[in-house]
Write a new protein. Structure first.
Length: 167
């Protein structure tokens, strides 16, 4: 098969590194056809050094809420937020889109069209993954602007047990 490979220069450089350098390797490749266009998704692998959280100079706290993600960068020594910064990322469109798909599915099922659920479910999932992928990239870019950062998430492992659902 012949074709032209297009993409962002940094992505193409990663693929070239995976083909030519020993420390990189190619993973799985998947060819997708969507809306009349072919897309090639290629996974590249390499080992990266992950710094120890104790060695970080900047703590970037991530608070995930129902409609947004709040980021706060603090200096580890002074715990001062004034000099470093905060950022709030809104992803309320995901909730709105989920509600829209739910309403469409419900109406179609009321009229006997039960197969619509699978079609809309795939679209909703793709949209949600697309938004969350973009959000995760912004979180990393925000953290990278600071000296030796580490990203810290809140521990929500027991949150479902603590919620009073009105019962």
């Amino acid at each position: 098969m012949k074709g032209h490979l297009r993409g962002r220069p940094e992505d193409l450089n990663l693929i070239e590194s995976a083909l030519t350098k020993d420390e990189w390797s190619l993973g799985q490749a998947e060819l997708l056809y969507r809306d009349g266009v072919y897309y090639l998704h290629v996974t590249v692998k390499t080992e990266v050094e992950v710094p120890e959280p104790e060695d970080a100079d900047t703590l970037v706290g991530v608070d995930i809420n129902e409609r947004n993600i709040a980021l706060t960068a603090v200096n580890r020594e002074t715990m001062d937020t004034d000099t470093l910064g905060t950022l709030v990322l809104d992803y309320g469109s995901v909730k709105a889109e989920r509600q829209r798909y739910h309403t469409i599915t419900k109406r179609c099922q009321e009229h006997g069209q039960h197969s619509i659920h699978n079609q809309l479910g795939v679209k909703e999932e793709r949209y949600t993954e697309w938004i969350l992928h973009r959000m995760s990239r912004v979180v990393v870019e925000f953290a990278q602007q600071f000296l030796n950062p580490v990203i810290v998430f809140e521990d929500l492992s027991e949150i479902r047990d603590a919620i009073n659902y009105g019962t």
